[in-house]
Ligand binder design. Structure first.
Ligand code: G3H
Ligand code: 13P
Ligand code: ZN
Length: 382
């Protein structure tokens, strides 16, 4: 019998389900979770399933490079959906893309792409974003832009301070570009050290942006995105440090603040760092619990352990997983020497994703998403 190939949803119907829920009195945002390897995708899917939540799986340019290109990521995530018989709506999204990568992802199986032209001035940003919209929409692919600058590191760009989005220009940005979603800078930052910036959180930027969108009747088709939203759980950080790590000054966005921005109009919440921390804690604990590994499985696990031992501060799994064959990481590890640790990784991610989707209000929305294919979405855009 022919197995049906998994289809990614455009991002729009997922975000719209969150918007409708919010209008009906239950504020909601869709979780968008970064992926770098196969088990991470399975863990995210399992968490979504436990919460009956639609979800966005996203890959950065770095993740695409790590796995050898957008086609590899798309194949890997499809494979995870098929292997786990996942039935809930999932979008595959490019995170912080540039012009070239956005085109490539539209052509290689993604259902949504981000063009982050936030380092350009507003009019150039609008032009760059519109170019991608004009390329993606005829294929039904959704687009996210970014306006304002987050403090800290975004792919290859480092900003000292937040440059907030001007809420009065947000409806203008949507109108001029036709972008489906827009990441607005309101004081969050990427990574595990958000502490210093937390006093800069400007939730009124979200409030006023959303109010403007409503005034122009944009809010059923256009949606606000919050980047840098990891909660950085202190128990996970403590576990990393207990098992040989050295993560310092770790602080995330408090959950009540995330819920406040969702109540103010954010419909997509990006989470990467929390998953990195969970994966790293799992590997570190595993190596302490299985100290025989050095003798038994030198070819695969030992080099990973060596990187972790020599670099207490690492939290990006790619830094220690890159020492093994990436193909092992693109496939279901069942039956391989990685299987045992990957089962733990999957469970760690699933538990955290489930907790987050419940807090984000999108648990239970799995059956509330309109089933729209990319072909149908392309016709809607015409
Ligand atoms: O932009 C931030 C995301 O956390 C992606 O990170 O570019 O290191 O994969 P990455
Ligand atoms: P965190 O570093 O807070 O997880 O942010 C993720 C993100 O914004 C991905 O684009
Ligand atoms: Zn981001």
């Amino acid at each position: 019998m022919n197995k049906q190939s998994a289809q990614f949803y455009p991002m729009v119907p997922l975000l719209r389900a969150a918007e409708i829920s919010s209008q009906e009195g239950k504020a909601a945002a869709i979780g968008a979770f970064n992926v770098n390897f196969y088990t991470q995708a399975e863990g995210i899917l399992e968490g979504l399933r436990r919460g009956n939540a639609p979800g966005i799986i996203q890959a950065s340019r770095g993740a695409n490079k790590f796995q050898g290109g957008p086609d590899k990521i798309a194949g890997m995530v499809k494979h995870a959906i098929e292997n786990t018989h996942h039935q809930l709506p999932v979008a595959l999204h490019l995170d912080h893309g540039d012009d070239e990568k956005a085109h490539e992802c539209v052509d290689n199986g993604y259902s949504s792409v981000m063009i982050d032209a936030s380092k350009l001035d507003l009019e150039e940003n609008i032009r760059a974003t519109k170019t991608i919209v004009e390329y993606a929409h005829p294929k039904g692919v959704s687009v996210e832009g970014e306006y304002g600058k987050l403090a800290g590191v975004e792919e290859d760009v480092i900003h000292e301070k937040t440059t907030y989005a001007d809420p009065y220009l947000v409806p203008y940005f949507f109108h001029e570009t036709g972008t489906d979603a827009l990441a607005i800078a309101y004081g969050t930052s990427h990574g595990p050290n958000k502490g210093k910036g937390l006093e800069n959180l400007a939730i009124h930027v979200v409030d006023e942006s959303y109010r403007g969108m409503k005034a122009y009747g944009q809010n059923n088709d256009h949606f606000l995105v919050g980047h840098g939203s990891s909660t950085v759980p202190q128990d996970i950080v403590a576990e990393i440090n207990q098992y040989g790590g050295g993560v310092k000054n770790a602080a995330g966005i408090p959950m009540n603040k995330i819920q406040e921005v969702i109540a103010s109009g954010i419909r997509k919440v990006n989470i990467d760092t929390d998953l990195r921390l969970g994966i790293t804690a799992t590997f570190r604990k595993y190596f302490v619990d299985h100290s025989h590994i050095e003798d038994n499985s030198p070819e695969v696990l030992q080099p990973i352990k060596k990187v972790l031992d020599e670099n207490p501060e690492v939290i990006d799994p790619r830094d220690y997983l890159k020492v093994i064959d990436v193909e092992l990481l693109r496939n279901d590890p069942a039956g391989s020497v990685l299987e045992e640790v990957m089962i733990l990784v999957k469970e760690r991610i699933a538990a955290h994703v489930e907790m987050l989707v419940r807090k984000f209000g999108c648990a239970g929305l799995g059956n509330k998403v309109e089933r729209v294919s990319l072909e149908e979405m392309a016709k809607i855009y015409q």
